[in-house]
Design a protein around this ligand. Structure first.
Ligand SMILES: Cc1ncc(C[n+]2csc(CCOP(=O)(O)OP(=O)(O)O)c2C)c(N)n1
Length: 341
């Protein structure tokens, strides 16, 4: 049920966020869905139900929800391997994603992609990609296609701060700036590329400054605050649709878990204290507090929403468990290599 705040004087006082208040409930639900989905995926991985690599999104929920909520359904999205949360925010079902993680035929990539390769062409979700930075030229390409066809679609590309050191980042942003492409480049700056802190890998740690080299605005954004993310994204989308060209958003966030299921959340390259400090500004707790302040949320509503989401995720695990493996005859479909090579 959408919550209307038209007659709520407290929301009117909060001028900047009032336009978004109707959407807070959806955002909170999606962020809770992502959090619970990732927790269950982590459990399933640890008991061997999920194979291959698995990079969880826990802690970064406000980035996916704040950015994707600003898009139209025909816009393009392309990402890296930490993309479960973005796929959920785009409206891909927990069933289709969980089944993909389990390698089942009912998965969004027919069980042949796994965690790093979630695709949904109908939703403009143009994939998770495993090569660091490999998706950035693709994002520029989707933007170029939209400009060429004179649609007013925009292209949103996600990548990590370590990917911003890869050559393809500079080449793609240069072309996007030169051709004024309707592209939005989002650095999900969680501070670490695997175990390497940004200050050990980048000559300047304020990565948004790099935008100046490519003729586009660069904006630092608080990635714990879904409203701040949405406001920055709205400005970038407006620029892109108006033909004014690309924007680089440097969204500061924190991943609560290890780089992938193979490393611990803290211990080797970051301290428990650092992790605990980041949790003091949890994106879900911040949105909950904002909603309570505006009388948009009470304990019962939150508990009901949480229970509903937990049940949805649990059902996706059952769906994945009960789904069939891909048929062996599918081995050579959807691949470029000729049969037998
Ligand atoms: C071209 C390439 N080099 C190295 C790797 C190995 N690798 C996988 S993830 C990763 C770190 C990337 O960190 P970042 O871009 O900040 O994204 P995050 O994991 O923080 O979301 C590396 C080096 C790779 N997949 N591709």
């Amino acid at each position: 049920m959408a919550v209307s705040t038209d007659n709520n004087p407290r929301s009117k006082r909060r001028g900047a966020e009032a336009p978004f208040a109707d959407q807070y409930r959806d955002w909170l639900r999606t962020m809770l869905l992502i959090r619970h989905f990732e927790e269950r995926a982590g459990e399933a991985y640890s008991i061997g139900q999920i194979g291959g690599f698995c990079h969880l999104y826990t802690g970064q929920e406000a980035v996916a929800v704040g950015t994707i909520s600003a898009l139209r359904s025909d816009d393009y999205i392309v990402s890296a391997y930490r993309e479960h949360g973005q796929a959920l925010a785009r409206g891909m079902t927990p069933n289709s994603i969980m089944a993909e993680l389990f390698g089942k035929a009912t998965g969004c990539s027919k069980g042949k992609g796994g965690s790093m390769h979630l695709f949904d062409f109908a939703k403009g979700f143009m994939g998770g990609h495993g090569i660091v930075g490999g998706q950035i030229p693709l994002g520029a390409g989707f933007a170029w296609a939209a400009k060429y066809r004179k649609t007013d679609q925009v292209s949103l590309t996600y990548f990590g701060e370590a990917a911003a050191n890869i050559g393809s980042f500079h080449e793609a942003l240069n072309m996007a700036g030169l051709w004024k492409l309707p592209a939005i480049f989002v650095i999900e700056n969680n501070g670490y590329g695997m175990g390497t802190a940004v200050k050990r890998a980048a000559a300047i740690t304020d990565l948004y400054l790099r935008a100046a080299s490519y003729g586009m605005p660069g904006v630092e954004v608080d990635g714990q605050d879904v409203v701040a993310v949405r406001q920055a994204m709205d400005a970038a989308v407006a620029r892109a649709r108006a033909g004014e060209g690309p924007t680089l958003l440097d969204i500061r966030c924190f991943r609560y878990v290890g780089h992938s299921m193979s490393d611990a959340a803290s211990g080797t390259y970051r301290s428990k204290e650092e992790l605990d400090a980041s949790r003091m500004r949890d994106p879900i707790a911040l949105l909950e507090a904002r909603m309570r302040d505006l009388d948009l949320l009470d304990d019962a509503t939150l508990a009901a929403m949480d229970a509903e989401v937990i049940a949805e995720v649990a059902a996706s695990v059952v769906f994945a468990e009960e789904s069939p493996d891909p048929d062996p005859s599918e081995l050579w479909t959807d691949v470029y290599a000729p049969e037998g090579q």
